[in-house]
Structure formats: structure tokens, C-alpha cells
Design a protein around this ligand. Structure first.
Ligand SMILES: [Zn+2]
Length: 300
């Protein structure tokens, strides 16, 4: 199976840090390439979906890889939506769809990443930010992963982005220092309800049509609703839904959202593709939700 889903560089918003869990940080590029070739062969044997292999690795899920001495190389074209972060169902918050993976080779459950690896991860992200005029949200794989794909990646020694003393936080702070800017707003804590837009929807900065537009959701785009609150009534319904949108709080009216149920029972240990989220057509997020057949009415 070959991967067909692509995206533009302008749509990329996340960088996900990974380790490989293979013990032994490769000391240089030559050693790293040997390791990558072995990952690639292993994935090939498991019938991972493949890319065209523009950078020589058709079956790798990561877009960059970093050796112990800090030398790094690109391993996939950034246009591909790859199954590295096990978070496909998260829609607008999915790093599979809207992010890329950086592999710091080694097993950071049992060994430390090198300073060269941390610095290069920061440089890769900084370079992407600068070239694309963006500010990527940086997290470890385990902070993106769906509950049923719980993982230790990128390991205890890398730590969590929420711990300011972790090595992962060092990378994030280093990017901010290089950029001369403060960190963007973090993603909210896990929880909330997943929902999909049933029409094209304007995302606003507050719960009413008078608030400025932050952007738009496409029909079918999935969001994680962190709060439902009362706002401007639309067709007699006052419920608006708050969610995290590109580093800010975004609001959409509940009339054009349908809940998405996320299956939690699978015990898949191999790669994704993950199960598509199930949309329950009759689920009502806000009380008194009405059905609308005119899609233009979704643009609240
Ligand atoms: Zn990982």
C-alpha cells in the first residue's frame, strides 16, 4: 500500500520527538544510516504503507533522524502524512496529519540523548519555523499518542514537555531562544469530547458571531472540544464549543458539530493505519440542536 495523503508545508503545525527504542546511540551519520536501513527493512517486512522514498527510505515514518554527534538527515518528504504519532483521530490536533516526526536515534528509557541530538532537533525545528514563517508546537510522541497506542517514546530521559527541567523542554526553549520569541500557547490537557464539523465553520475568538475570525474548519474536520459554554444564540441555541486552534482558544457554534466516538479497545501493537473515527449522526452536543440542509448556514 502506498501513501497518498499529502499536505502543504504551510499546513504543518507540529513536531513530534521520537526515540527508536533500539539501545545504543549511533555515534555518527554512518552509524545512523545503518540503523535507519535496519528500521526501514523491518517496517517493509511488516508491510508498512510506503512513500515514494524520495530520501531513500520508503518505509520510515520519521521525516528527520539525528545521530549522537548531532549530524542529521532528512528521511521523508514533508508532504506525506505519516503514521508516526498514533494520533490520527485527533483531527486538527493530529501530528500524523499536520506534523512531522524527528527521530533521535537510541533508547532514552535506558540511555541519555546526547547534547548534539538535542541541539540538532532544535535546529531542525527552528529552520522549519524560519523558512515557513510558523511556530511549530513541539511534543514527545507519548504526549500525542491515542490512549490505545500508549507508548514510552521518546523515553523517560527525554521527559515531558510539561516538565520545564526535561530534555524535551530544553529543545523547546532552545527553539524559542533561537527565534527570539516566547512559546506559543500549549495544547490543553487530555480530555474533552471529539467532534466533527458538519459544515464549513468559521472559528472565532469568542462565543458569538461578533467575535473576530481566527480561521475556518472544513466539513468533516475533527476537533477536541474542551468546554461547552453559553454564548450568542443562533436559531435559538446558545451553546458554543471551545477548542484549541493553532495555539489559541477557538470557538464554534454547536449546531454544526457532531460527536465522534473514539474506539479505545484495540490492542494493536504494530503500525497504524488507525481506525477511522466513528461519527454518530444523531449525537447532540448542545441541547436543542437543529438540522440544517443549507451548508452555507454553517458559516457562523
Ligand atoms: Zn515514537
Amino acid at each position: 500500500m502506498s501513501l497518498s495523503l499529502t499536505r502543504s508545508l504551510q499546513q504543518i503545525r507540529f513536531a513530534t520527538i521520537h526515540h527508536s527504542a533500539d539501545v545504543g546511540v549511533p555515534v555518527n551519520l554512518e552509524q545512523l544510516k545503518k540503523r535507519l536501513a535496519s528500521h526501514n527493512e523491518r517496517h517493509k517486512g511488516r508491510n508498512y504503507p510506503s512513500t515514494k522514498g524520495e530520501f531513500g527510505y520508503k518505509f520510515l515514518l520519521y521525516s528527520f533522524a539525528v545521530a549522537g554527534d548531532g549530524q542529521w538527515l532528512q528521511t521523508q518528504d514533508l508532504k506525506y502524512q505519516l503514521y508516526h504519532a498514533t494520533d490520527w483521530y485527533k483531527g486538527t490536533e493530529s501530528s500524523n496529519q499536520w506534523g512531522f516526526g524527528i527521530l533521535l536515534e537510541g533508547n532514552f528509557e535506558v540511555e541519555q540523548p546526547t547534547q548534539g541530538q538535542l541541539e540538532s532537533a532544535a535546529q531542525i525545528i527552528y529552520k522549519f519555523n524560519r523558512e515557513n514563517n510558523t511556530r511549530l508546537i513541539v511534543r514527545g510522541h507519548r504526549e500525542f499518542a491515542a490512549p490505545r497506542f500508549a507508548t514510552a517514546c521518546p523515553g523517560e530521559f527525554m521527559g515531558l514537555s510539561t516538565d520545564p527541567s526535561s530534555k524535551l523542554s530544553w529543545i523547546i526553549q532552545r527553539v524559542n531562544n533561537l527565534s527570539g520569541v516566547a512559546a506559543p500557547a500549549p495544547m490543553p490537557e487530555p480530555g474533552g469530547t471529539f467532534a466533527t464539523a458538519t459544515a464549513i465553520l468559521n472559528v472565532r475568538t469568542g462565543p458569538g458571531t461578533g467575535f473576530p475570525k481566527l480561521g475556518q474548519l472544513k466539513k468533516g474536520q475533527v476537533i477536541r472540544v474542551t468546554e461547552q459554554l453559553k454564548g450568542e444564540p443562533v436559531d435559538g441555541v446558545a451553546t458554543w464549543c471551545k477548542f484549541w486552534f493553532n495555539g489559541a482558544d477557538g470557538f464554534v457554534h454547536s449546531n454544526w458539530l457532531a460527536a465522534v466516538s473514539v474506539p479505545e479497545t484495540e490492542t494493536e501493537t504494530g503500525p497504524e493505519p488507525e481506525t477511522e473515527p466513528q461519527v454518530s449522526a444523531n449525537f447532540v452536543l448542545g441541547a436543542g440542536r437543529r438540522r440544517h440542509s443549507d451548508p452555507r448556514r454553517g458559516l457562523r
